[in-house]
Design a binder for this molecule. Structure first.
Ligand code: FAD
Length: 264
């Protein structure tokens, strides 16, 4: 009906308008095969490989000596001491530029590090990737202000963990259905967030998270459009509650939670 059409339009409007980096897989859906995107397969430069090799060597030695994946699976917990050791190696700041105290690894070296952790434990890989691919660091690097970058990014070198909260009980594949709202205060200086998020990976461990919330509508091409905005929320803000840790059949040590925001 009308709602389904509105959701479809919302999704279509959110698409990239110019594909600077076209996707081989996405083009397949349009019946186009662009072999030049796949062949010759891009090779990592020798210089970048050397940087990655050096980091991977340290990471592998650490995992080999300290990470017991069977124990993590049995207990459903990754020991804090292990997370601290990984933080000391810079595992929570892999792609963050060195000017913000990060390791400044390339995307390829980050991928290689996650292949490696994936060969040890899926829980750890989910934690590291939810934090760095969808949590705070990557969106902040792409869209944040300099002030936000300076405030938040160096904390990840010290082991701060982040998460991304989009999904709600009635908003999964259709994010437009979300009801968590950020309402501007009367003086316009702040937004107040109210709502509940589901299945937030790292949500039970995170220090700071990205929360997607509905903000006042805007007129786009003559039509009123629902707006969804990303907010950085410190988890120790009064009104933020982790209600429940969700458990999964496979990833037994995923730190995934239901989070409620009351006048945050
Ligand atoms: C392990 C795990 C970790 C997660 N981590 C996070 C996280 O960190 N942050 C976060 O925000 N969310 C997270 N999620 C939530 C995840 O993003 C949602 O589960 C996902 O968006 C799908 O939403 P849903 O579960 O409500 O399924 P639904 O949207 O209800 O979909 C159910 C089924 O219906 C199908 N379907 C839905 N709509 C259509 C349609 N229009 N046409 C045809 N088929 C359709 C789907 O393909 C699916 O098979 C996580 C989920 C899991 C399982």
């Amino acid at each position: 009906g009308k709602e389904a059409r509105a959701s479809l339009e919302f999704a279509e409007d959110s698409r990239e308008t110019e594909w600077v980096h076209p996707s081989f897989a996405a083009l397949l859906y349009q019946g186009k095969v662009k072999w030049d995107l796949m062949h010759p397969f891009p090779r990592q430069s020798d210089e970048d490989k050397k940087i990655g090799d050096a980091f991977l060597e340290k990471l592998e030695a650490y995992l080999e000596a300290n990470y017991d994946a069977d124990e993590v699976d049995r207990t459903g917990e990754i020991p804090d001491s292990v997370l601290k050791g990984l933080a000391d190696l810079g595992c929570f700041a892999m792609k963050i530029p060195t000017k913000y105290n990060g390791l400044g690894l390339s995307q390829v070296n980050y991928n290689r590090a996650l292949y490696l952790t994936g060969s040890y434990c899926g829980n750890l890989t989910a934690l590291l990737s939810a934090h760095q691919s969808i949590g705070v660091p990557q969106p902040l690097l792409m869209f944040g202000t300099d002030e936000q970058k300076e405030k938040f990014l160096p904390r990840f070198r010290d082991g701060a963990i982040s998460a991304f909260a989009l999904t709600e009980a009635n908003a999964g594949s259709d994010p437009r259905a979300m009801t968590t709202a950020a309402t501007p205060t009367e003086d316009g200086s702040h937004y107040i967030i109210n709502g509940e998020k589901l299945w937030c990976t790292n949500g039970t461990k995170a220090n700071v998270i990205v929360v997607m919330a509905v903000t006042p509508p805007k007129i786009v091409r003559g039509k009123e459009r629902k707006q969804i905005t990303a907010f950085l929320v410190e988890m120790d803000t009064p009104g933020v509650e982790v209600l429940h840790r969700c458990r999964f059949m496979g990833l037994k040590a995923l730190y995934n939670g239901v989070i409620r925001f009351t006048d945050v």
